[in-house]
Design a protein around this ligand. Structure first.
Ligand code: GDP
Ligand code: MG
Length: 444
């Protein structure tokens, strides 16, 4: 899909501004991307209409491709819809009373697991927690919560399988008050489908506990149904937020958009595995890229735009055209990359490179560091006329001096010269294609 999007946006190349006509085809592909990510259809329709309204009339900034502008407009809209930048956590009470969190959701979505994860996260923040087991329909459910509690060192309150859920929950909260516990997390029973009994029981439990937070737990793989599901739960118990679980699977997570759009409530956390520490804050930007299927390309575009000042870009273009790219330009480029953050960060944002291993990324970063220190040890002339290091009578002593000055090895320098040579070769080729005066410099 990422490829399809690229193609659609490429259609826009050359346009000076975005208009109703030229955004049609690319937006059609955005629509398809969203449907493929399992966002529900009505949600997609509303979203596309808003994107269109926002994009049309946008002027295309000089040096930025129109396609990129549209990607950014779409991504901004999506990101804004999902709560803007920054994760929203739990709002804790500050009146000395325990903060009560009620977990709601269908069966098997990961409510009990999320109870454990949230407890652990709060304990790490120095809060005391009490877990309350109200899933009285399956004895195994109470045991499951107790096992988790033991594992993470959090007490679990239960009254066996004969008590009513609202009563258990109310008693649990009372106990927490008596014992001066900071947070109460109430696990509830789920059903395979939404039914009246489940909803009224949940309502009663919410009333009985005066829950501060009612979190809807949604399986990220729910797909299109997420919209209806959210509407039903929100209508019955007015949720304050959601937890999107099983994000470690290969789902694109369109459910996030549906939940947010239908309820207007933030997604507060994501579950990324079965283990107790596999809980993350919700990052709207990351989710945006995942839903659109394009890595963190948008934030990369933004980063590059702000870093590569227009003048510098122009200068570099000139150099490429005249084929006078030297070590000074090379170092400028490296500086620019350094400003943008570590190589590692940048490579991680590029689609398709997410599978680069830690060690490969570290190696790339290291080789840039070495290059910088070697170039720093060169004289002005050597940087300007790189051939002095290869094809002059003093080449050998120059290389020895640079190696010594930089604290690197002869092999490091040799590698840099090769790397530089190949980069310049590519630029000459490009220059030839662009009609510049190619061929007047080079590593002979
Ligand atoms: P409940 O019925 O809503 O209480 O669901 P459970 O908490 O019992 O979870 C159901 C299953 O989903 C269990 O096997 C969990 O280990 C698994 N599970 C829960 N959260 C996640 C998650 O974020 N990622 C993965 N891979 N599995 C999860
Ligand atoms: Mg459960």
């Amino acid at each position: 899909m990422a490829e399809k999007l690229d193609k659609a946006f490429a259609l826009l190349d050359g346009a000076k501004s975005l208009n109703a006509e030229n955004v049609k085809a690319p937006l059609k592909d955005v629509r398809r991307a969203l449907l493929e990510a399992d966002v529900s259809l009505p949600v997609v329709r509303r979203f596309i209409a808003r994107c269109e309204a926002k994009a049309v009339g946008m002027k295309v900034t000089k040096g930025v491709e129109p396609g990129q502008m549209l990607v950014k407009a779409v991504a901004d809209e999506l990101c804004e819809l999902m709560g803007g930048v920054g994760a929203e956590g739990i709002k804790f009470r500050d009146d000395g009373e325990p903060t009560v969190i009620l977990m709601a959701g269908l069966q098997g979505v990961g409510k009990t697991t999320a109870c454990g994860k949230l407890s652990l996260a709060m304990r790490k923040q120095g809060k005391t927690v009490l877990l309350v087991a109200t899933d009285v329909y399956r004895p195994a459910a109470i045991d499951q919560l107790k096992t988790l509690g033991t594992q993470i060192g959090v007490p679990v309150f239960d009254m066996g399988v004969d008590a009513s859920p609202p009563e258990v929950a109310a008693r649990g909260v009372r106990k927490a008050k008596e014992e001066d516990i900071d947070v109460v997390i109430v696990d509830t029973a789920g059903r395979l489908n939404i039914d009246e009994k489940l909803m009224s029981e949940l309502k009663d439990t919410k009333l009985a506990t005066k829950a501060d937070e009612t979190l809807l737990v949604v399986d990220a793989m729910t797909g299109q149904e997420a919209a209806n599901l959210t509407a039903s739960f929100n209508e019955a118990v007015e949720i304050t937020g959601a937890i999107l679980t099983k994000m470690d699977g290969d789902t694109r997570g369109g459910a996030a958009l549906s939940v947010r759009e239908v309820s207007g409530k933030p997604i507060k956390f994501t579950g990324v595995g079965e283990k107790m520490d596999a809980l993350e804050p919700f990052y709207p930007e990351r989710m945006t890229s995942r839903i659109l299927g394009m890595g963190d390309i948008v934030s990369l575009v933004e980063k590059v735009q702000s870093e590569v000042k227009e003048a510098e870009a122009e200068k570099l273009k000139e150099k490429i055209l005249k084929a006078t790219f030297d070590f000074n330009d090379f170092v400028t480029q490296l500086e620019m990359m350094n400003n943008m953050g570590s190589m590692k960060q940048i490579m991680q944002m590029l689609p398709g490179t997410t599978k680069l291993s830690e060690s490969e990324m570290e190696a790339a970063e290291k080789s840039f560091k070495i290059a910088r220190s070697l170039i720093n040890s060169m004289t002005k002339e050597e940087r300007q006329f790189p051939d002095m290091l290869v094809a002059s009578t003093t080449a050998e002593s120059r290389r020895a001096r640079i190696v010594k000055g930089s604290g690197r090895t002869e092999a490091d320098l040799a590698q840099l010269i090769i790397m530089f040579g190949s980069m310049r070769g590519k630029m000459q080729q490009l220059s030839g294609e662009l009609g510049g005066e190619a061929g007047n410099v080079g590593l002979q």
